[in-house]
Design a protein around this ligand. Structure first.
Ligand code: CTP
Length: 408
C-alpha cells in the first residue's frame, strides 16, 4: 500500500466557517495524492470561499444545490454518499454538527451524510465560546455515539482575536486520520511498541556519545501501525521529528532510560519493534561540570550498556512478535542471522548503512528481512513504505500465531 489516497473517493463537506479557506490547501494536496475528491459546500460556506476555488483544485465539479436541474446532479445526495470511501466535514460549524446530531437533512451535505455508510470524520471549527457551549458539547458527544469520528480542534488565537479551543487542526494531523480510515485495520486490537532514534550517553553537561540515527524509520513504523489500527507506543531517543498523530510517545535520552521504559511496557504489548540505534557503550563517568582539556587524557573510559533487545528476547511471551533491526555495512545476512538467533527474534530488518540513500538520516531505505524461514530483500523505497512492508510481515505472523492458539 504505497499511497493510501490514490484512486480513493473522498467527499469533503465544507461548511460556513472562516477556516474554510484552509481546506482549499487540503483539497489541493489530496488531488496531488491522486485521490478523487468531490467537494460539497453549504450555502454559507460559499460566502467564504467561491466554489470555483474547490472546483479548480479538486479537478471536479463542486456540489452546492440539493435540487439541481443539471442531469448528473439530480441524485447527488445519494450517489456522493453511496460511492464515497470516506467523508470529511471540515470545517464543521456548530450548526452542521447540531443538524447531524439530530439527524436533520435539509441541504445537500446533511442528506449526503445520512445516505452514506462510509466512515465520516468531523473537524469542528468555531469560536471557542460556541465550541464550549453545552449544546455543542452535547451534540459532539452524540455524534461520537452515533459512530462519527470527531477530531478535536486545536487551541490558539482565532480569527475573532480570541484565544481558545476551536481552531481547525493542522492538515498533517487530519491527513493521518483520513489515511487511517482508508487503510486496512489489520492491527486493530494490537498493542504495538516501537523504539526509535539514537540514545545519548552524556560525558558532561556539554558533550555526549551518540550516533547518526534520525528516528525516521521508527517514526514511520509508528505512523504506519497507527494507520492500520494499532494502539501505538513510541519510545524515542532524541529526535527532531514531531510525534506521529494518534501515537503515545515517551521520550528518553540514554540507553539505560530506554531499557527501563521499554521493559516497563514490554509485557502489555503484542508487537515490539526495536528500530532504535542504542549506544552499546556509555562514558564510565558523567562529569557534573564541563570537562577541561587537562582533566582527561586522550583515552575515554567506557562501560557497556544493557542490550534491551536481548533482554526482550529472553522475556518473550507466547504470541508476542519481536522484531529487531541491524545496522550493518558488510556481511549483512551473516551479521543479521547472528542477531536474529542470539536475541530470540521473530525476524530482523537488516539495514545496509554503507549506501548514500539508505539507512541513517535519509527518507528512503532498503532492508533485508531475515526470519527463521529465510531471507527476503525488500525493494528500495520510502521509509513509510518499508514500514508498511515490515508490518505486513508482522500481521502474517500474528495471524499464524492466532491460528496455532486456536488449534491447541
Ligand atoms: N539493541 C538494543 N540494545 C542495545 C543494542 C542494540 O536493544 N544495547 C537493539 C537495537 O535496537 C536493534 C538490535 O538490537 O534492534 C541490533 O542493534 P545493532 O546496534 O545493529 O547491534 P548490536 O546488537 O549492538 O551489535 P553490534 O553493534 O556489535 O553490531
Amino acid at each position: 500500500m504505497q499511497n493510501v489516497f490514490a484512486g480513493k473517493k473522498i467527499v469533503i463537506g465544507v461548511t460556513g466557517s472562516i477556516a474554510a479557506f484552509k481546506v482549499a490547501g487540503w483539497v489541493s494536496d489530496l488531488a496531488k495524492e491522486e485521490a478523487l475528491v468531490s467537494v460539497v459546500m453549504t450555502a454559507s460556506a460559499t460566502k467564504f470561499v467561491a466554489p470555483l476555488t474547490f472546483a479548480a483544485l479538486s479537478g471536479n465539479d463542486v456540489h452546492t444545490e440539493m435540487f439541481s436541474a443539471v442531469r448528473e446532479d439530480t441524485m447527488a445526495h445519494i450517489s456522493l454518499g453511496r460511492d464515497a470511501d470516506v467523508v470529511l466535514i471540515a470545517p464543521a460549524t456548530a450548526n452542521t454538527i447540531a443538524k447531524l446530531a439530530g439527524g436533520f437533512a435539509d441541504d445537500l451535505l446533511t442528506t449526503t451524510i445520512l445516505a452514506t455508510r462510509s466512515k465520516v470524520l468531523v473537524c469542528p471549527a468555531m469560536n471557542s465560546r460556541m465550541y464550549s457551549h453545552p449544546s455543542t458539547r452535547q451534540n459532539i458527544a452524540r455524534l461520537k455515539k452515533l459512530g462519527y469520528a470527531v477530531i478535536d480542534p486545536d487551541s490558539g488565537m482565532m480569527a475573532c482575536k480570541e484565544e481558545g479551543e476551536g481552531r481547525l487542526p493542522e492538515w498533517d494531523e487530519v491527513k493521518e486520520y483520513l489515511a487511517q480510515s482508508l487503510s486496512p485495520q489489520d492491527l486493530q486490537g494490537q498493542q504495538v511498541l516501537v523504539t526509535a532514534g539514537p540514545t545519548r550517553e552524556p560525558l558532561d553537561p556539554a558533550r555526549f556519545l551518540s550516533n547518526r540515527s534520525s528516528g525516521k524509520m521508527g517514526y514511520a513504523l509508528a505512523r504506519s501501525a497507527f494507520r492500520r489500527g494499532g494502539e501505538v507506543t513510541l519510545i524515542s531517543g532524541p529526535s527532531t521529528l514531531p510525534c506521529p498523530t494518534g501515537v503515545n510517545m515517551l521520550k528518553v535520552q540514554t540507553a539505560k532510560e530506554m531499557y527501563n521504559v521499554v521493559l516497563e511496557h514490554a509485557n502489555t504489548n503484542s508487537v515490539i519493534i526495536k528500530a532504535a540505534a542504542v549506544s552499546d557503550y556509555r562514558p564510565e563517568k558523567m562529569f557534573e561540570h564541563k570537562v577541561k582539556k587537562e582533566q582527561i587524557d586522550t583515552q575515554l573510559i567506557l562501560e557497556r550498556n544493557p542490550d534491551i533487545l536481548l533482554e526482550l528476547g529472553k522475556r518473550k511471551k507466547a504470541g508476542q512478535v519481536l522484531v529487531g533491526f541491524a545496522a550493518e555495512s558488510q556481511n549483512l545476512e551473516q551479521e543479521g542471522m547472528k542477531k536474529l538467533q542470539n536475541k530470540n527474534l521473530d525476524f530482523i530488518a537488516v539495514n545496509d548503512i554503507s549506501g548514500d540513500n539508505t539507512g541513517f538520516e535519509v527518507e528512503s531505505n532498503q532492508v533485508l528481512l531475515l526470519g527463521t524461514s529465510g531471507a527476503v530483500s525488500l525493494p528500495y523505497t520510502s521509509k513509510l513504505h518499508t514500514a508498511d512492508l515490515i508490518l505486513d510481515r508482522v500481521v502474517s505472523l500474528l495471524v499464524e500465531q492466532a491460528g496455532k492458539t486456536e488449534h491447541n
